[in-house]
Write a protein that binds this ligand. Structure first.
Ligand SMILES: [Zn+2]
Length: 480
């Protein structure tokens, strides 16, 4: 019988924090900008410059630590991680090794249906603060590489999990959980494609039931959940093949190529001692006292679980709706603001769950990308409730709202989209439709009830969709 293998996975997740300025200087963290314009002597590593910690970075890190049940290190320090590479102008990265700001936490993930347990706890070994590196550009010029230090010194936290995950499904559930907590905190937008959340996967395999871990590899360059799932599957198979053919797995860092669906060895995996870490003498230790910690604790947002129970008590909504809305803080905020303007909760929920999700999916966007205002959204719902526009027109108006945040009231007037339901205006059109479709009239009179549907459709078409279908139906029956 073939041997059974277990996959053991731990994650190192880098999250770019949403501060306005960098971690150790006042330079902007804004994305883009001409190369080397968001820079100063500190973030370009000029001799004699001194770093000063951005307080907001520590507060975000502590916020994430509290949300993931970590112990906060009250006396924490920064260390220098030494390495030579042109993206790193100081020749060391300021990071934390000995006293990271958060330790020993966990998050709970839901497991797919069919699993014996419904929830699983994934341990968090530590969360530390560090600075991002610059960016090397290799393909703009021939024969040389360029470097842009705009990203150098952008604040990151690195969340290091315990090797508690056993499948790609668990890894993705864990990442989704982290992303949700961090988005709720407003500490980052956590976009994998744009690199504001990056996951390195440490993976090893061992025979089922074995106590010892196998040799692990680390995989980098994973920028979507799909790439992560494929990379895990590919690496698992590669390691099992090596073991089965009597070869050893080499401890190394590998780069995943998602288009080729394969990985390449980049370098042997470094250990901490390879970096000759030592405490950074330029930065004083960070002391987190009770009062500061308490202030941060009080400012923690209402997370999804609390939001869910409040929604259950406050709004008369099915659990399905509640789960979907609270899946994104941005969506939940939009829902609450729209309801606060007087819109009916279930109507708001329906628009979010059906049309909004349809458009997001079509355009490949996240709920975080929704840009229309609750005021305009509430106005559109009001127009449909008062039957000023019918549902077909409402969907068109909603698309304009989604794309350009138009004012629905002005838009409907401007484009003449009001529903026509006064009999005078309708009667002429209905009479014309009846005259043009004698066969359907005949069918209806011979008892084919369905024929009326066709006539309603023809009338709606003649009215460019602006008629009230109920009024058309009534009038048709009257005239037939
Ligand atoms: Zn700077």
């Amino acid at each position: 019988m073939a041997k059974q293998y277990e996959t053991v996975i731990g994650l190192e997740v880098h999250v770019e924090l949403a501060t306005r300025t960098k971690i150790f200087c006042g330079c902007s963290t804004a994305f883009g900008g001409a190369p080397n314009t968001h820079t100063c002597p500190v973030c370009t590593g000029m001799p004699g410059s001194l770093p000063v910690l951005n307080k907001q970075v520590a507060e975000y890190a502590i916020g994430v630590g509290l949300a993931t049940n970590c112990t906060i290190t009250r006396y924490c320090k920064f260390d220098r991680k030494n390495y030579f590479y042109p993206d790193n102008p100081q020749n060391y990265q300021i990071s934390q090794l000995y006293l990271p700001i958060c330790r020993d936490g966990y998050v709970e993930i839901g497991l797919p249906a069919g699993a014996t347990e419904r929830k699983k706890r994934i341990g968090i070994h530590e969360i530390h603060m560090e600075e991002d590196a610059g960016k090397l550009i290799h393909d703009d010029w021939e024969g040389c590489s360029l470097v842009d230090y705009n990203r150098s010194g952008v604040p990151l936290i690195e969340i290091v999990s315990e090797p508690d995950m056993r499948s790609a499904d668990e890894v993705i559930a864990y990442l989704e959980k982290l992303r949700m907590l961090i988005q709720y905190l407003g500490a980052s937008d956590c976009k994998l494609q744009e690199g504001s959340m990056r996951a390195d996967v440490n993976l090893s395999v061992r025979e089922a039931g074995a106590k010892e871990f196998g040799t692990r590899t680390e995989m980098k360059n994973l920028n979507s959940f799909r790439a992560i799932a494929r990379a895990i599957e590919g690496e698992r198979e590669r390691q099992i093949d090596l073991i089965e053919s009597g070869k050893a797995v080499v401890q190394e860092t590998r780069r995943w190529d998602d288009t080729q669906e394969t990985s390449y060895a980049m370098r042997s995996k470094e250990d901490a001692q390879d970096y000759r870490y030592f405490p950074d003498p330029d930065l004083p230790p960070l002391c987190i006292d009770d009062a500061w910690l308490e202030r941060i604790r009080e400012r923690q947002p209402e997370f999804r679980e609390e939001k869910r129970s409040r929604y259950r008590e406050t709004f008369d909504l099915p659990d399905y709706d509640i789960d979907l809305i609270t899946d994104s803080k941005h969506m939940a905020d939009l829902f609450e603001a729209t309801v606060a303007l007087g819109a009916h909760p279930k109507k708001v929920s329906n628009w979010l769950m059906v049309e909004t999700l349809r458009i997001l999916k079509e355009k490949g966007l996240d709920p975080e990308d929704i840009a229309f205002s609750p005021e305009h959204f509430a106005a559109l719902i009001d127009l449909t409730e008062r039957k000023v526009i019918n549902s077909t027109v409402a969907k068109k108006v909603f698309e304009a709202l989604f794309d350009e945040d138009i004012d629905p009231v002005a838009y409907v007037e401007e484009k003449g989209l009001r529903t026509v339901n006064d009999e005078g205006a309708l009667r002429g059109i209905v009479e014309q439709v009846l005259a043009e479709n004698p066969q359907s009239v005949e069918d209806y009179k011979n008892g084919k009830e369905k024929a009326i549907g066709f006539l309603v459709g023809q009338t709606m078409k003649a009215m460019k969709g602006k008629a009230d279908p109920a009024a058309v139906n009534k009038l048709l029956k009257e005239l037939l």
